[in-house]
Ligand binder design. Structure first.
Ligand SMILES: [Zn+2]
Length: 108
């Protein structure tokens, strides 16, 4: 891995800007970051087929889900990843640099 984040910032409360060691700057939304969470719990949730409509109860949004999603904390983990804590209470996601690099789009 030759490129690594040199700076992290929040240009808007729902946007994360990552500056990389090779000069690339990419912006992604917090929601995109959250959905890309590579932890086992989230991956399992995403891969599950939707339940048949008949047995599905109406989804109820929890209080946390109604709040705009924010990053509570972002902590470097070794020299290969970041651990991200979100305002919905989820804080077990480990984001390797490779994954962070693919998120969002180049800053214009
Ligand atoms: Zn997760």
């Amino acid at each position: 891995m030759d490129t690594y984040p040199t700076n992290l910032s929040l240009p808007a409360p729902d946007r994360l800007l990552i500056e990389w060691s090779d000069g690339e700057q990419r912006v992604c939304t917090i929601r995109e970051l959250r959905f890309a969470c590579p932890c086992a719990t989230c991956r399992e949730k995403m891969s599950k087929p939707p339940e048949p409509a008949a047995s599905r109860s109406l989804p109820i949004l929890s209080n946390a889900e109604l709040q705009p999603l924010r990053i509570v904390k972002m902590q470097p983990l070794g020299n290969y990843a970041y651990n991200v804590a979100f305002s919905d209470g989820h804080d077990t996601g480990i984001y390797p640099f490779e994954l962070l690099r693919e998120l969002g789009e180049p800053k214009r």
